[in-house]
Design a binder for this molecule. Sequence first.
Ligand SMILES: *[C@@H]1O[C@H](CO)[C@@H](O)[C@H](O)[C@H]1NC(C)=O
Ligand SMILES: *[C@@H]1O[C@H](CO)[C@@H](O)[C@H](O)[C@H]1NC(C)=O
Ligand SMILES: *[C@@H]1O[C@H](CO)[C@@H](O)[C@H](O)[C@H]1NC(C)=O
Ligand SMILES: *[C@@H]1O[C@H](CO)[C@@H](O)[C@H](O)[C@H]1NC(C)=O
Ligand SMILES: *[C@@H]1O[C@H](CO)[C@@H](O)[C@H](O)[C@H]1NC(C)=O
Length: 461
Amino acid sequence: MVEQKRPPRNRGFYVKMKLLHKHGRLQDKSFFYRYYKWVLWLSLTLYFFSSYLISNNPQSKLTSLSKTHVSNSKSSLASRALIEFNGNNNATQLRTEHTNQGLLNNLKIFVYDLPPKYNTDWLSNERCSNHLFASEVAIHKALLTSEVRTFDPYEADFFFVPVYVSCNFSTVNGFPAIGHARPLLASAIHLISSEYPFWNRTQGSDHVFVASHDFGACFHTLEDVAIADGVAEFLKKSIILQTFGVKYKHPCQDVENVVIPPYISPESVRTTIESSPANGRRDIFAFFRGKMEVHPKNVSGRFYGRRVRTMIWRRYNGDRRFYLQRTRFPGYQSEIVRSVFCLCPLGWAPWSPRLVESVALGCVPVIIADGIRLPFADAVKWPEISLTVAEKDVGKLGMILEHVAATNLTTIQRNLRDPRIKRALLFNNQVEEGDATWQVLSALAHKLGRSYRRRTAVSSQ
Ligand SMILES: *[C@@H]1O[C@H](CO)[C@@H](O)[C@H](O)[C@H]1NC(C)=O
Ligand SMILES: *[C@@H]1O[C@H](CO)[C@@H](O)[C@H](O)[C@H]1NC(C)=O
Ligand SMILES: *[C@@H]1O[C@H](CO)[C@@H](O)[C@H](O)[C@H]1NC(C)=O
Ligand SMILES: *[C@@H]1O[C@H](CO)[C@@H](O)[C@H](O)[C@H]1NC(C)=O
Ligand SMILES: *[C@@H]1O[C@H](CO)[C@@H](O)[C@H](O)[C@H]1NC(C)=O
């Protein structure tokens, strides 16, 4: 913790020390202690000299990470990242949160500092850090100030590659275009694999990416196209943090992955709860707002949401127990707070931001998406806080919900009030123990078998 509060430039010396150490020059401890004053003097000189070099080297292209240059390139890259984030996330927020490193098995993550065209340039559009795919931004931000971050790539277990691919909003319909995702990622990988030795060392298997779209690293909204394209070839050996997950074999999760929740801004949840308490009266029995086509189009052999939403609309529109709305309304969270059951039917993909919003606002999620694999199953006991209705049973929804309301609803609602569940599904600007980024770290801490550092440490013993 203390370490991370220091200006990142100090890290330059730290790395140099480590590298010298690797070469065995500082291995004689008694020698080191006898001459520590001299070493201290030398290090201060080096520090000021390298600071001078850095501040006189505004060109921040990726410099070679050959061992002699590691201190300069890395520290200047690191400080640039911090400066870039000051726009949104100012210096007072750069304090590190206390996370329990013991629980995380002393995990260390190196965050590549890529040129801004790969990430921070996109933040000029405010939606980029707030919409449902924004976990790619949120996880990056949280890692920058996290205790698990290391500035020394040689001691890293994992390498986080921060590329924002969801912020190219279409000028026509406002949806994010993801056609550029593959080329942008490929270019980022080309850059890191030519400038740094770490990608080639493991073919990227200790590198971590976020793919927060409908079908994860397949990068297409339509399932048949996504399946035909498959997971991008250059990502196949890496670890993908993705919102998409199903319990059966699927080409779009045919890669090491962690299912993460879609992004919902914690501020929006807080604001909603402040104006209408989540434990207030719930006068809506069953709620859904969103796209519900009366006559769904057949798009290359597939119907939106496998027609489940159409079924809901046809069967329950006009039923007094159901509050169904087909138009957008920015204040919809205030409706969730008033609802007992919140319907979470599949769309193009099985997952939906409604899962997180319902849980965060105390409405029992009714999951209608056969085979869905839900995020952080260790931390969130989904069967205890939600209902699952098979797609084929959607016509019996009214009866099913009535039955639950008459039997175990209060149990489910009580389980849902556990603050740890809500915490696990929300991404904060800084990692908080138990929050969504922390759950990601915890999942990565279970994949340390992929850590090059630990594997080589074991084999050299
Ligand atoms: C920085 O953030 C703090 C807390 O979020 C806020 O009070 C302060 O006004 C911000 N300062 C600037 C310069 O944005
Ligand atoms: C954004 O998406 C559009 C439409 O798919 C594409 O033409 C454009 O090249 C993309 N922009 C960038 C910077 O990748
Ligand atoms: C990694 O491998 C690629 C392709 O073989 C090569 O072009 C590149 O120079 C290598 N990178 C390093 C740092 O050696
Ligand atoms: C949907 O369209 C495909 C061709 O795109 C066709 O083969 C299929 O029969 C259609 N399905 C229905 C139910 O209309
Ligand atoms: C509540 O009851 C429903 C329907 O009987 C059942 O499927 C569900 O597992 C129960 N949930 C809990 C938490 O008891």
